[in-house]
Design a protein around this ligand. Sequence first.
Ligand SMILES: Cc1cc2nc3c(=O)[nH]c(=O)nc-3n(C[C@H](O)[C@H](O)[C@H](O)COP(=O)(O)OP(=O)(O)OC[C@H]3O[C@@H](n4cnc5c(N)ncnc54)[C@H](O)[C@@H]3O)c2cc1C
Length: 280
Amino acid sequence: MKPAPFAYAKARSLAHAIELLANDDARLLAGGQSLIATLNMRLSHPALLVDINGVAGLDRITSKNGKLEIGALVRYAQAENSTDVARQAPLIALALPHIGHPAIRNRGTVGGSLAFADPAAELPACLLALEGEIDVTGPQGARTVKADDFFQGLFETALGADDVLTAIRVPAATAETRLGFSEFARRHGDYAMVGLAGCARAAGKGLGDVRLAYFGVGATPVRARNAEHALAGGDVDAAVQALVKDLNPPDDVQATGAVKMHLAGVLLRRVARQLAEAPS
Ligand SMILES: Cc1cc2nc3c(=O)[nH]c(=O)nc-3n(C[C@H](O)[C@H](O)[C@H](O)COP(=O)(O)OP(=O)(O)OC[C@H]3O[C@@H](n4cnc5c(N)ncnc54)[C@H](O)[C@@H]3O)c2cc1C
């Protein structure tokens, strides 16, 4: 199938992109790895595509005030090859190789993943687990949204129609940071049936500030707050049992809700083991 006809404009700057987005039925184009597929299947038919690939300054990875900032146009492959991401955001480094295939990671962008907000995507869950934040610029200026407030429904975020996501930020990992990541996918590179990103702080022999973010279990990435509490108390079995209070995955094309619940427990045990280990 071919896309419906659309106009195309290349934004020269962030301000120009926002100006172009004010046109009726305009849609921003980043890596195109999700958008072009939806156009080709005629699941969406915008009148104008606003290409931000030429906008300077959105493709940088920088460290500031104990946080790592990743620009919206940073490609997955660029982040995968970044020593700053490996050292300061190791959870994101663990998750990146699970996203699609090399060709998709060469074009797909970090900002596109967050803006598209597929509920089975890896990076939204990582950002939630890391207590990250998202920079947005729109017609009223710039603002920062916490990951906890960003994901609002199925493919729905705090972004307005004329907003551009410009960067994400996560606290840089320290010697006390503990991380875990695991997912079940039918084949490596497929969207996950269920996945889990976890983050915690080593506190004596136990863990503090445990944050567990599941993906593929609902309309958005989901924090498992009861399981977090049990895991901080050192009881993995209780954490797995607590998942019934945290998750209620619907059946989907990949698996029934019951299978997903079972897999969520298996993933929790794996991630709990990773969280208990100091990084080598
Ligand atoms: C075969 C295949 C397998 C895949 N597997 C996975 C997977 O396992 N895990 C995974 O997470 N993803 C997967 N993807 C999707 C991929 O990660 C996409 O790159 C991502 O979802 C969107 O990023 P993009 O840069 O390509 O955005 P685009 O496709 O260009 O845009 C996607 C949407 O986000 C909006 N958007 C993009 N950037 C911004 C911005 N800066 N500000 C505001 N809005 C913006 C666009 O307007 C559009 O609505 C897969 C894709 C394919 C084709």
